[in-house]
Structure formats: C-alpha cells, structure tokens
Design a protein around this ligand. Structure first.
Ligand SMILES: O=C(O)[C@H](CS(=O)(=O)O)OP(=O)(O)O
Ligand SMILES: [Mg+2]
Length: 238
C-alpha cells in the first residue's frame, strides 16, 4: 500500500485507482463525520453560497449548513461547528465551507473518496485496510495555505495503518506520520494558526472536540449521484 500526501492541487490526477482521503480537521470533515454519526442521511458539499440556496430549492426539507470566515452564513440553518450537528436522523444537509467542501469536490475522480478527520481516524484507517488500494491524502489547508492540523490528521490515520500493514510512505507522508507520532492532537490543534483563529472567534470547544481521536465510528464516503457529489455513511464492510 503506497501512501502520499498532496498539497492543494488545482485538479486531482491519476486517482482512478486510488483511495483519496480529504481532510479538513478544522472543521468541515469533522462536521461531516459528526453529522452522519448524528443520523444525517446525505451531505451535499457545494462550493458557493449561491449553489447552496439553489440546491435547497430542489431538495425539500434539506438543511443549509456552512460558514464564511468561520461564522454561520446568514439564512443558513447551521454553521460549520460540529457541535451544532446533533439529532439529524434522516436529514439531508447542503454544506458550504471555505476550504473542505471545495477540496471534496476536487476529489470526485478518486476510485474511493473518503472524508477523514481525527474524530474518525480509526474508522477511516480500518476502511482503507479493507479497500486495500494505494492512498492519497488531500489536506484542505486554509485558503490553499498549509494547515498543520490537516497534515497531522493524515499522520494519525497513517499511524493506524502502519500498525496493521506494511506501507510505503512518500517523504511528505513520512513527515506527517512523524508529526502525528510525536504530538498529541490537542496540542497540534491548539497551536495551529487555524485553531488559534477559531479560539479567538469563540470556538474553543470546537477545537477541543475536533481533537478527540477515534471518537466516532463513521466513514463518510463520496459518490456521484446524477452528476453531483453526495457524501453518505459507508455501509460497505461496516
Ligand atoms: O469553518 C472553518 O473552520 C473554516 C473557515 S475559517 O478558516 O475558520 O475561517 O472552514 P473549513 O472549510 O472548515 O476549513
Ligand atoms: Mg479547515
């Protein structure tokens, strides 16, 4: 199993035979895992607020979630705090965030598309082992700038893979593995630029929650449905 980490490609290439794990630890992929664990049925990642409102007209009963600048979009039902995503049985969510939802849409060509975070690291690692494909991690970053938390998030999942299987790491995958092995998640998230920004915005409890390693046994997987990316909880192998 070969493992790599890509940094903010404009377009994902050569992933037709790979499992691609998109990470946005603070906070979109943590929010997605939490929403599915809270019973949500489908999540549609969209790139713009306009797209979100247009899609809502087509899906009656869907909830609008997301943020700009970390703050809930006016007119949306939910922001991008995972702590808001509770009691969602059977709900459909249309989610638009600054970084993560855009990265998910970039990864649609993957053989298998998974939303990874720290809270579901072990569930994702177990799923990857069963898929037994080469793996590419796509940290979302913040405005296409390096984000420590996403890079470390890949490392926590790689650490779990390494416990179970012989894996071949690219240099950047090795670096993320070493970062994760030597630093607990709460320290990484608290000291990260994005973590500090969220704390200053009043989202300290989010940062604390997003650092809870292996909290949720849920694997968000993406597929194209009538040409649109939809994220659901994997039923395969579960
Ligand atoms: O909601 C978030 O945490 C971020 C936006 S910001 O960096 O906090 O302004 O969006 P995400 O797409 O989850 O990185
Ligand atoms: Mg983020």
């Amino acid at each position: 199993m070969k493992i790599d980490v890509l940094f903010y490609p404009e377009k994902l290439k050569n992933a037709e035979d790979k499992a691609v794990v998109v990470l946005d630890v603070l906070r979109a992929t943590t929010t997605i895992a939490t929403a599915l664990a809270a019973g949500a049925e489908k999540i549609y990642p969209v790139s713009s607020i306009k797209e979100a409102f247009l899609l809502k007209k087509k899906i009656s009963g869907a909830l609008l979630g997301g943020e700009r600048g970390g703050i809930k979009v006016p007119g949306f039902d939910l922001g991008n705090s995972p702590l808001e995503y509770q009691g969602l049985k059977g709900k459909t969510i249309i989610l638009s965030s600054t970084n993560g939802t855009k990265t998910l849409k970039k990864a649609v060509s993957a053989r298998a598309l998974i939303a990874g975070s720290i809270v579901n690291a072990k569930a994702v690692a177990d799923y990857l082992l069963k898929l037994n494909l080469d793996v590419v991690f796509m940290p979302s970053g913040t405005d296409s700038q390096f984000s420590l938390e996403d890079f470390a998030g890949a490392g926590y999942i790689i650490s779990l893979l390494a416990e179970q299987k012989k894996i071949e790491l690219s240099d950047q995958a090795y670096l993320s593995f070493e970062l994760a092995r030597n630093n607990p998640p709460e320290e990484i998230l608290t000291r990260s630029f994005h973590g500090q920004r969220l704390i200053n915005l009043g989202f300290a409890r989010d940062v604390e929650y997003c650092a809870k390693l292996n909290l949720l046994d849920v694997v968000p997987v993406g597929r194209l449905q009538e040409g649109r990316l939809v994220i659901e909880s994997s039923r395969l192998f579960r």
